[in-house]
Design a protein around this ligand. Structure first.
Ligand SMILES: C[S@@+](CC[C@H](N)C(=O)[O-])C[C@H]1O[C@@H](n2cnc3c(N)ncnc32)[C@H](O)[C@@H]1O
Length: 319
């Protein structure tokens, strides 16, 4: 695949799940190279509008190719969508779409430092204009923190060994490249315990990327922002690619559809408890067999979507 191409996954299912009112105002929180944005625009009428977000300056630059008066791009993290929309006078929308994770152009460009397949600077920031690079974090973080990140976000059994190897190495010289990190991880994972289906550094790279980009907190905050922005009958559609993300989306929709599940079944229901759902028509959609065969990225994708009800949104912490 070309370094500049990103094949949208669930390209039929996702826009269909999102757009219910062609005259409406929609948000694509993850523009990437605009594969989904273009498909969403096709479903909108002349009155419809699409506002896209991406925190990657290269994605924002690519959005200039869409010359359509109904479209606008904002360079910001999707967690800030509520404040960013409010700044342009928008406080309610008809649909929010997220296709989370990294794009093919990010993974395929060695300069971005996301992949152990190509040697490049150890960066991994989606927003190259701010924040700490992976190399800087690996120099600064304590061994326990590095081990926790690799264990929690990479679900890696050998997290402590890998963290130990990183800390030992950085005393000699900083880990500056993806190649150096990949070789170090490979050396730290015992040969006879390796997963033959993937490179030994796969999980560690995933973990560090999630940490550097605060991906799980971004997702939690974006779901919350979307729920408070959506009008009744508005749609939320989220594509995720691994179980850590999908668990967050699943939990979000479970609570939103069944507020009573948050109550311990052994305890009496509190007086005045409101069990009205915040979302209905919650569905899980997987790619077709054909798409999974044609686009390897689609294999692990899961689309979860739902329809907002009229109940005003209450974020989990404040309940
Ligand atoms: C999987 S790609 C989206 C591809 C897009 N749907 C397409 O068809 O071209 C994910 C994109 O979301 C962006 N992204 C990821 N997390 C983000 C966040 N928290 N805020 C804003 N953009 C984010 C990434 O920079 C990347 O460009």
């Amino acid at each position: 695949m070309s370094a500049f191409l990103h094949l949208p996954v669930l390209s039929q299912e996702a826009p269909e799940a999102l757009v219910r009112s062609p005259d409406g105002l929609y948000v694509d929180g993850t523009f990437g190279r605009g594969g989904h944005s273009r498909l969403i625009l096709k479903r909108l009428s002349e009155k419809g509008r699409l506002i896209a977000f991406d925190r990657d300056p290269q994605a924002v630059k690519a959005a200039a190719e869409i010359r359509d008066p109904r479209f606008q791009i904002i360079h910001a993290p999707f967690s800030s969508m509520k404040a960013s929309l409010s700044a342009i006078g928008i406080d309610a929308v008809d649909g929010v779409f997220l296709d989370i994770g990294v794009s093919s152009p990010q993974i395929d460009d060695p300069e971005r430092g996301f992949s152990f397949r190509f040697d490049g600077p150890l960066d991994m920031r989606m927003d190259t204009s701010s924040g700490e690079t992976a190399a800087e974090w690996l120099m600064r973080a304590g061994m326990d923190e590095i081990a926790r990140v690799i264990a929690d976000y990479g679900e890696e059994r050998f997290a402590r060994r890998i963290a130990g190897a990183i800390v030992a190495q950085r005393k000699i010289a900083p880990l500056a490249t993806t190649g150096a990190l990949a070789r170090l991880v490979e050396g730290a994972v015992p040969k006879n315990r390796r997963d033959s289906a993937q490179h030994p550094a796969t999980r560690t790279f995933q973990a560090i990327r999630i940490q550097i980009n605060h991906e799980l907190d971004e997702l939690r905050e974006a779901l919350d922002a979307a729920a408070s922005l959506l009008r009744p009958e508005g749609r939320l559609a989220v594509i995720s690619f691994h179980s850590l993300e999908d668990r967050i989306v699943k939990r979000f929709f479970d609570r939103a559809r069944h507020p009573e599940h948050a109550i311990d079944p052994r305890l009496p229901v509190p007086a005045g408890f409101n069990d009205e759902p915040w979302f209905r028509e919650v569905e899980r959609i997987l790619p077709s067999k054909r798409e999974a065969e044609e686009n390897p990225r689609a294999r692990s994708s899961v689309l979860r979507c739902g329809t907002r009800t009229a109940r005003s949104w209450e974020p989990e912490e404040t309940r």
